[in-house]
Design a binder for this molecule. Structure first.
Ligand SMILES: Cc1cc2nc3c(=O)[nH]c(=O)nc-3n(C[C@H](O)[C@H](O)[C@H](O)COP(=O)(O)OP(=O)(O)OC[C@H]3O[C@@H](n4cnc5c(N)ncnc54)[C@H](O)[C@@H]3O)c2cc1C
Length: 288
């Protein structure tokens, strides 16, 4: 199918974007990499009257270290993150996750901000932002807001972005000594959206886990921090017993309100099992 007709505007600054959003309201959509938006237009899942192309706005670009945080501009392409020495040094979890996002051609166009704003529960960046306890920086006509990742992802494809606001950047605490990371996912084929994935960030104090963050994708309506399972691990060494205990807790935690969302080919029980398999594998990597 073809996209419905729309007007196309390419502003050069954020002030102009805010004016356009105020004028067109829900009839307008921001266009970043277009890797999700254009597909939804072609499938007529969305019929905005106006596309506001934000690709010409320099303030949304760039990866830098600012104020002790790694700042990733919203327009940073997935491949820029993949190729960035700053990301490899200061946010190694992102470097581990990025090869799992689609294929290189899509990664060349898709953006970090577009992925966070779209908030697909099976996407890699939202889960990494939760594991790293990143802040999402949004801006509107009345100023800037800084939102903790845990408060940003509200529901399936829903964030706490308000009408008229643009996601401008994400700020990530930089890697410190003692932290270890692991990322993996189970997908039907490499490059497909994950069925279930897991981003791990863990601080070790000597041999003991001091701060464990387990952020699952593809399990809930938003990325899911398995906080009860994290609590089982904190204060303990990673060994066969603590890994068994964590896997048992995760199987319990992923019930009730955290029952995994079934999809067309995977029941919630299958996804729960996949989550425990990923947990065991990732913890084994951390402990290795
Ligand atoms: C075949 C295929 C496979 C894919 N596989 C994966 C995968 O495995 N994992 C994965 O994570 N993604 C996957 N994607 C999606 C891809 O990562 C997209 O790049 C991403 O979801 C959206 O980024 P975008 O820059 O293309 O956003 P766009 O498509 O331009 O926009 C998406 C939405 O976000 C809004 N938006 C964009 N930027 C901003 C902003 N700065 N502020 C506020 N709102 C904004 C838009 O208005 C729109 O509603 C896949 C896409 C395709 C086509």
């Amino acid at each position: 199918m073809k996209a419905p007709a729309f007007d196309y505007i390419r502003p050069s600054g954020l002030a102009e974007v805010f004016k356009l959003l105020a004028t067109h309201g829900d009839d307008a959509r921001l266009l970043a990499g277009g890797q999700t938006l254009l597909a939804t237009l072609n499938m007529r899942l969305s019929e905005p009257a106006v596309l506001i192309d934000i690709n010409g706005i320099a303030a949304l670009s760039g990866i830098s270290v600012q104020g002790g945080k790694l700042r990733i501009g919203a327009l940073s392409r997935h491949t820029e993150i993949e190729d960035s020495a700053l990301v490899a040094q200061h946010a190694p979890l992102l470097a581990m996750a990025v090869p799992h996002i689609a294929h290189r051609a899509i990664r060349n166009l898709g953006t970090f901000g577009g992925s966070l704003a779209y908030a697909d529960p099976a996407a890699e960046w939202p889960a990494c932002a939760m594991a790293l306890e990143a802040d999402i920086i949004v801006q509107g006509a009345s100023g800037e807001r800084r939102i903790a990742a845990a408060d940003f992802f509200v529901d399936i494809l829903t964030t706490s972005l308000q009408p008229g606001e643009v996601l401008v950047a994400c700020e990530i605490p930089m890697h410190q000594a003692g932290w270890q990371y692991a990322f993996d996912e189970l997908a039907r084929r490499h490059g497909d959206y994950a069925i279930v994935g897991l981003a791990v960030a863990a601080r070790l104090d000597g041999a003991l886990l001091a701060d464990t963050r387990l952020s699952f994708l593809g399990v809930g309506n938003t990325p899911l921090r398995a906080r009860r399972t994290e609590a089982v691990l904190n204060g303990r060494a990673l060994d066969a017993t603590s890994i068994d205990d964590a896997a048992a807790m995760l199987a319990t935690e992923l019930t009730g309100e955290h029952e995994p969302m079934a999809d067309l080919t995977n029941s919630s029980a299958t996804k729960r099992h996949m989550a425990t398999v990923l947990l065991r594998r990732q913890l084994a990597k951390i402990s290795a």
